[in-house]
Design a protein around this ligand. Structure first.
Ligand code: AGP
Length: 609
């Protein structure tokens, strides 16, 4: 969703802002804009438009003025359409701002501040600009005082980044829930909605604490609490290389990120294996977190929730423990049963998904311990949770999640093994055997990546499809839910994943001549049943493609189109099958000529409910 950048320093601000907005494009948006301060005239110039950052770049070329301080924004519409007037930044007298989040009481504020008739856009954000300006004028042009007073009136979530004409080299910011990170580096001081925009300059950054005012100058920055006391920023170091958010020769980030998975899995598991056993001491997660709970509740959205479903199957079969996997967006409104004996596991690549964040806050109120599986260091969910396990996947830019998903899976596999070991369900030898199989996952993934041309050829068969079905049982079904989401997101083909045994209870009515069906068959104990279900759809005319564990392929390849997946212990097949389905979705999308990385209507970071 909306992206934010702010820069003040010694370089041309427009260039830095536009470059950063390009890096933030992945978040999803429908308009973009920048505002730059002019030292001499003490005026703020706003350039904005509906469309892409590229359109904004073209518009900026028409303006030749020079500035070293400015703010920028990509907007994902919530209040009002994605048109020019609604694009940020928004002016309000001497104040110009960009905003992420939703100001829920903006209508009441329009009344209170008599703004009716004076606003140029339909946005809640312009209301915030107008209010801050009014209070700024009333408070003898003391901007910090004005911000302080304004935020006491705002209900909802916000990250506000503010320029005032009288201070042309300074940027102010304040936030509630919606994130802002900031840094000081050789080029100047910067802030952004996420670290991706900063990581071309530095990997040192801090998260601006909620309800603190950040003040950026070209060579220094100050952080104030609302009582005017200066606070020391707590810097973090992203273990991402400075070029890790670049495409490195790949046509799309999604392909690059699919290809990075063997390394990403390695980075997730290696630091957490000690003497062949899973070990979370590096994360400071005590064993009591796993031994003192009698129930697990996983909350997450989309892909992250699908990773939870795989874990659920394994927890049931290995640990025989009660586990629920909840869609975070439903969780809060379903009267969830959470108590002190519940371990709440929140899963999120971005660490900013608002529904998941709210679920963690709820669990805390109920006295439950929370453990977060997160990719982005210092993100809101990470900070809100009792314990954090970082997946070390590196920045994931494509909207369609790939390496974040498989690294979340890997983390769940480590948790499962640790719990089985602690509960003495696995003996040390069995735990080591499980971990040793997990350590072979990167190699198995490499083997699938080498088959990408074969998968590409298979993908061409479904380019014209309007509907597609994915079928499998047990773990295969759980991973197909994710495979199907991937295909929907990037190819716009209507795709449904069904548990194969469920087909004859309804969905098989949709199978007609040449309906594409993708099956996954990797689980020995249900293989024969799965094959029967595949034959049932084939008998009704379906065109079937099977991703099958190599050792089961012998008979199937005589009858069906198959793509063989390297043999591994059944539980570990999820990884190679997932890579195969990601590649399948990727090739369908790229062959259809879509912008794979930026599927329509979707945002990478979902910060509204
Ligand atoms: C994945 O391809 C998605 N675009 C989406 O489902 C995503 O997984 C979901 O929005 C959750 O995001 P998070 O992991 O950042 O919380």
């Amino acid at each position: 969703m909306c992206g934010i950048i702010g820069y003040t320093g010694n370089k041309e601000a427009k260039d830095i802002l536009l470059q950063a907005l390009t890096l933030l494009e992945y978040r999803g948006y429908d308009s973009a804009g920048i505002a730059v301060s002019d030292e001499e005239s003490k005026k703020t110039q706003i350039i904005k438009c509906a469309g892409r950052v590229h359109d904004l770049e073209e518009k900026c070329k028409e303006e030749s003025n020079h500035s070293v301080c400015g703010i920028g924004h990509t907007r994902w519409a919530t209040h009002g359409r994605g048109n020019d007037p609604n694009a940020h930044p928004h002016p309000g007298g001497s104040v110009t701002l960009v905003h992420n989040g939703i100001i829920e009481n903006f209508k009441e504020l329009i009344q209170e501040f008599h703004l009716k008739g004076s606003l140029k856009s339909e946005t809640d954000s312009e209301v915030a600009a107008a209010i801050i300006n009014t209070l700024y004028q009333e408070n003898g042009k003391d901007i910090k005082k004005a911000i302080n007073e304004a935020i006491s009136k705002l209900k909802g979530t916000f990250a506000l980044v503010i320029l005032v004409e009288e201070e042309p080299d300074t940027i102010y910011s304040v936030r509630n829930v919606s994130p802002i990170v900031a840094t000081l580096c050789d080029e100047g001081a910067m802030l952004a909605s996420d670290v991706t925009a900063l990581c071309q300059f530095t990997n040192r950054y801090f998260v601006v604490p909620e309800y603190h005012i950040l003040e950026l100058h070209p060579d220094c920055l100050h952080l104030w609490n609302l009582f005017g006391v200066e606070k020391e920023p707590e810097y973090l170091v992203a273990d991402w290389e400075l070029n890790s958010a670049e495409k490195n020769g790949y046509p799309f980030y999604m392909e690059k990120e699919i290809m990075e998975q063997p390394k990403a899995i390695e980075a997730t598991i290696a630091p957490r294996i000690k003497r062949g056993l899973p070990d979370f001491s590096v994360d400071k997660v005590p064993d009591s977190v796993f031994t003192k709970c009698d129930r697990i509740c996983v909350v997450a959205c989309g892909t992250a929730m699908h990773a939870g479903l795989v874990f659920q199957s394994l927890v049931k079969s290995v640990l025989h423990m009660h586990i629920d996997v909840e869609l975070a967006s439903e969780f809060m409104y379903s009267d969830p049963v959470i108590d002190k004996k519940t371990l709440l596991i929140a899963v999120s690549q971005s660490g900013e998904t608002i529904d998941t964040l709210e679920a963690v806050k709820y669990a805390r109120k109920q006295g439950a311990k929370s453990l977060a599986i997160i990719n982005v260091k210092g993100s809101s969910i990470a900070r809100e949770s009792d314990y954090v396990l970082y997946t070390n996947a590196g920045p994931e830019i494509a909207v369609a999640s790939t390496k974040a998903y498989t690294t979340q899976l890997a983390m769940f596999y480590l948790i499962l093994a640790r719990m089985a070991y602690l509960k003495k369900i696995y003996k040390p030898k069995e735990t080591k055997a499980f971990i040793s199989e997990l350590s072979k996952v990167p190699e198995a993934m490499e083997a699938v990546l080498k088959k990408r041309h074969e998968i590409h050829v298979a993908a061409r068969e479904v380019l014209e499809a309007k509907d597609l079905f994915m079928i499998g049982r047990g773990l295969d079904h759980s991973l197909l839910l994710e495979g199907s989401l991937k295909l929907k997101e990037v190819s716009y083909i209507h795709s449904e994943a069904y548990a194969s045994g469920e087909l004859k209870h309804g969905p098989i009515a949709l199978i007609t001549d040449r309906t594409p069906v993708v099956a996954v068959a990797t689980q020995e104990k249900i293989l024969h049943k799965e094959i029967s279900n595949i034959r049932e759809v084939r008998s009704r005319g379906a065109k079937v493609l099977i991703f099958v564990k190599e050792q089961f392929a012998k008979d199937l390849e005589k009858e069906f189109s198959v793509i063989k997946l390297p043999n591994a212990r059944d539980e570990m097949m999820v990884f190679s099958a997932s890579v195969a389905l990601q590649l399948f979705a990727y090739y369908v999308s790229s062959d259809k000529g879509f912008d794979v990385d930026k599927p329509r209507n979707l945002a990478k970071v979902v910060t509204v409910e």
